[in-house]
Design a protein around this ligand. Sequence first.
Ligand code: ZN
Length: 292
Amino acid sequence: MGPRDGFQNEPEVIATADKLALIELLGRAGLKRIEVTSLVRPDVVPQLADAEQVLEALRLPADVSVSVLVPNERGLERALAHRARIQEINGFLSASETHNQMNVSRSIEDSLAGLERTFATAAAEGLRCEGVISTAFGCPYEGRVPPARVLAIATRLHAAGAQEVAFGDTTGMANPVQVREFFRAARETLPGAELTAHFHNTRGQGLANVLAALEVGVESFESSFGELGGCPVPAGATGNIATEDLVSMLHEMGIATGVDLAALIEAAAAAQAVLDRPLGSHVLTAGQIEWG
Ligand code: ZN
């Protein structure tokens, strides 16, 4: 998610050429699914105002699935103008009414209705659809978010054509026991859907939450190189889990990912150079484990 969740939350606008170079490094590291940008209004998120240029100029291996975040039906229209460059779209909403209002100025019900239309149009164009539910494990404004509400939203998204549903711990409030119980229930409620975990490392619990999700059969994780990323509201809710920390842990546990960790670390180092500040990723700082 780095090129989207990450670049979107940087205070400075990253040059398009730098973005392209960084995304291409991620492709070369063997990542097979990359969310490259969001078709959000340029006046709202100037950091991603070059979405169309990025899509058109991007050179990735043919087996990389390119995904874009579409905030609404207008975003999907813009994405479809570049249909040949895209394999997947991600549509999102929050499980918390307050967070959804603050993030997209709509009720959950209005967001769901929009996503149902968006996924129907996208599916008709042959695009894979992912529904992303933010604040699925807790909301900074509302506190606890009932799992039953999250799963009811997920069920609507899946019925609307989302093969995959991602559950976001947008502000880093989840703990491993909660994660294990949640995904156990999600598997029962949504037997046909691909379930994905999207953890932020805001409070340092991201990889512990990954392990908990792995233990109940989750196989798909969203992360961001260099631990880039965050959430626009509230300010300071920083940091997806770092892809290189995730890949390092999985490899050490004997779980293959197909990702070349050394190449991934190079990509994160390149991002650090472009952004000109130390990034949060541990493996980037400490380096890959050498067993000799
Ligand atoms: Zn995120």
